[in-house]
Design a protein around this ligand. Structure first.
Ligand SMILES: Cc1cc2nc3c(=O)[nH]c(=O)nc-3n(C[C@H](O)[C@H](O)[C@H](O)COP(=O)(O)OP(=O)(O)OC[C@H]3O[C@@H](n4cnc5c(N)ncnc54)[C@H](O)[C@@H]3O)c2cc1C
Length: 304
């Protein structure tokens, strides 16, 4: 049997505006950042990579490769690779970023994969059926949500009887899944992580009872001032890629002094049960999250 394949059209714009204009002209364009997700084969034994018909590479766009730091936080352009991010001093990086980066795939993967591609891939996958995916995705997303990160998105705004104009929107990462989320012809250009004054972090990745191929990711942050927990946050991602977060659970301990009282610990345990209630048939995973939360709180108490 002879199969007929057509080569993809690969376009190399030099600016963001040019990339947006090319995307508007192409049928079903796909932006290529590191290409790790685009070139991933659905089955490991497959010898064929199904490439999209029109690829718009973001590689030649210099403005997408910068990082900037100020007193208010850090701004990272979307084409910064995960490996380059991991090479930034840990005193400068927001807490938990380095620890999470080292859990993502292998170093060769992180040398290609970009922060923008990592975020976009997670939200694109969350719209499709994650259970068919061969590897986990979006490990940085729950942590970035806890850190109140936002993304800058560039797109072309249509105007009546006039040429479309390039426009910018900034969306908190927690809202990227909604209606206002990432359109197929929109480009994530920057990720902004505010300096939050967090002084404690725990990131853990353990096997999940539900799907041994997709681990359970636990990320928690705390802000402690003079032995008082002024803020703490927790997110858990399970094998399906769904992020579990509950503001009510986080509110339980905010403003409480260390060491925690018996009553605080009991309320916290109830809060964690509430956070993981959708896993009612996965008692082991629920217990793992409870154990990790105790570990986190013990570590915080020991330090202050
Ligand atoms: C073998 C393997 C193991 C992996 N293991 C893990 C893991 O353990 N944990 C984990 O979290 N992830 C894992 N991943 C997923 C990995 O994190 C993503 O593949 C990677 O981050 C995607 O980045 P990229 O730059 O290569 O994106 P690309 O492959 O270039 O793009 C991915 C998607 O996002 C779109 N896109 C890219 N950039 C932008 C942009 N700037 N704006 C809008 N849309 C854009 C593309 O059009 C495409 O649809 C793994 C992947 C592989 C292949």
């Amino acid at each position: 049997m002879v199969n007929k394949y057509t080569s993809p059209r690969v376009l190399f714009p030099g600016t963001i505006n040019e990339a947006l204009e090319l995307a508007a002209r192409e049928n079903s364009p796909v932006f290529w950042s590191g290409g790790t997700a685009i070139t991933d084969r659905p089955e490991s034994h497959s010898t064929l990579i199904n490439l999209p018909k029109a690829i718009i590479s973001l590689r030649m766009i210099n403005e997408l490769t910068r990082t900037a730091r100020s007193e208010t936080g850090m701004e990272i352009s979307s084409m910064v690779t995960l490996d380059r991010l991991a090479s930034i001093s840990r005193r400068i990086l927001a807490p938990g970023i380095f620890e999470t980066l080292t859990l993502i795939g292998s170093r060769p993967l992180r040398c290609r994969a970009t922060l923008g591609g990592h975020i976009a891939e997670y939200f694109i996958k969350s719209k499709s059926d994650q259970s068919t995916c061969t590897h986990p995705s979006g490990y940085l997303v729950p942590l970035l949500q806890l850190l109140d990160a936002s993304v800058e998105i560039r797109y072309l705004r249509e105007r009546a009887r006039r040429k479309p104009v390039s426009a910018v929107k900034r969306i908190p990462l927690t809202l990227l899944e909604g209606e206002e989320g990432l359109g197929s012809r929109e480009i994530i250009t920057k990720i902004n992580i505010p300096a939050g004054g967090w002084n404690f972090v725990v990131v853990e990745c353990l096997p999940s009872e539900d799907n041994s191929a997709s681990p359970l990711l636990f990320q928690a942050l705390a802000k402690v001032e003079k032995s008082v927990i002024t803020d703490w946050r927790i997110a858990v991602m399970d094998g399906t890629g769904k992020i579990l977060r509950n503001r009510e659970t986080e509110a339980i301990l905010s403003g409480h002094s260390l060491p925690l009282s018996e009553k605080d610990i009991s309320s916290l345990e109830n809060g964690i049960k509430g956070l993981t209630e959708s896993w009612e048939n996965r008692k082991k995973d629920q217990n793992t999250v409870l154990r990790l939360t105790h570990y986190f709180m013990r570590k915080v108490s020991e330090q202050y």
